[in-house]
Design a binder for this molecule. Structure first.
Ligand code: NCD
Length: 310
């Protein structure tokens, strides 16, 4: 693997390889000194043109636990955009000697474009509505901790599917691992065409919840909405929000997931986010280990992992 751009490129075998390796990094993360020298001498640069809390801190923690050096680049989305600006930036960072570039950008396809301007490994940390492969990996890893296999499991992805790169990457990953997915949203929050999407759709969350093993909730991505797609957030909550009452429709073993940031009181009620069946915090913790596995596979394969301080 040279870059990580899309979950599609990995296939089920590639996903499973990363999940298996993530077990090692969960173990490393649990040590009193959670650090191994695997990527000593390597440099990872962040190029985040869109806001991020979890993904960026998670990649940064992952790189540090692998002893990589990190290069931070403060991008203001208002002053830097596509085209020459981006190309110059990438070429400048590359000239300084960087082994991997982790990029998040509002325009779909930017990570692919960047691979043409650098010899560093490129990792897609989210490109517009398109892909977010490491989110899908950490979600699959979290599910694997709860269910032996995703084969035959039913996952409902609920919310603003239309604008969600998480939905696109997760749908592909979940179905590659054998799960069945139902997309649940009002018509205005579904993509105009779902041709080729390996999923059923529904506008009736109450009908879907009883058979779901997992409910995966998405935020309203209003920064990507250029028109009014909803009467109001209150009405969205009434029709599709995961309230405590709706949780009663779920099977006992069913899990609630969310990629964050959560808008409590809209897609998820505050009390639901704190239920035992909600694994949102596990998703965040697993994100570090999974990103360690990705960085290690791209940059450090063959380097001894067990030599770190215990
Ligand atoms: C998501 C993203 O940025 O795509 N968040 C994340 O990476 N954890 C989802 C979102 O912004 O709603």
């Amino acid at each position: 693997m040279r870059h990580l751009l899309s979950i599609e490129d990995l296939g089920a075998a590639g996903i499973n390889e990363i999940l298996d390796l993530s077990d090692t990094f969960v173990e490393v993360s649990g040590r009193s000194i959670p650090k191994v020298p695997a990527l000593r001498g390597k440099t990872v640069a962040w190029l985040f043109y869109e806001d991020s809390t979890r993904t960026r801190l998670s990649f940064e923690t992952a790189a540090k636990r692998l002893s990589a050096d990190t290069m931070n680049f403060g991008v203001s989305s208002s002053s830097v955009n596509k085209g020459e600006g981006l190309r110059d930036t990438v070429e400048t960072i590359t000239a300084m000697g960087v082994d991997a570039i982790v990029v998040r950008h509002a325009s779909p396809g930017v990570p692919w474009q960047i691979t043409r301007w650098t010899d560093a490994c490129v990792i897609n940390a989210g490109d517009g509505w398109h892909q977010h492969p490491t989110q899908a990996l950490l979600d699959c890893y979290t599910l694997r901790q709860h269910f032996d296999s995703l084969e035959g499991r039913h996952i409902a992805i609920v919310g603003d599917i239309k604008h969600s790169r998480v939905a696109r990457s997760d749908l592909l990953a979940f179905t590659m691992l054998g799960a069945e997915v139902t997309l649940v949203a009002p018509q205005t929050l579904l993509p105009p065409s779902l041709e080729g999407w390996p999923a059923k759709t529904s506008h009736d969350i109450d009908a879907v919840l009883p058979s779901a093993d997992v409910v995966y909730l998405l935020r309203m991505q209003r920064e990507r909405m250029h028109e009014a797609l909803l009467p109001s957030l209150r009405e969205y909550r009434a029709g599709y929000g995961l309230t405590l009452d709706r949780c009663a429709l779920l099977a006992d073993h069913a899990l609630v997931m969310h990629p964050g940031p959560m808008n409590r009181g809209v897609e998820i009620d505050p009390e639901v986010a704190d239920l035992d069946r909600s694994v949102v915090v596990e998703q965040v913790a697993n994100g570090v280990a999974v990103r360690m596995a990705v960085l290690y596979l791209l940059l450090g394969s063959g380097v001894e992992l067990t030599g770190g301080a215990r």
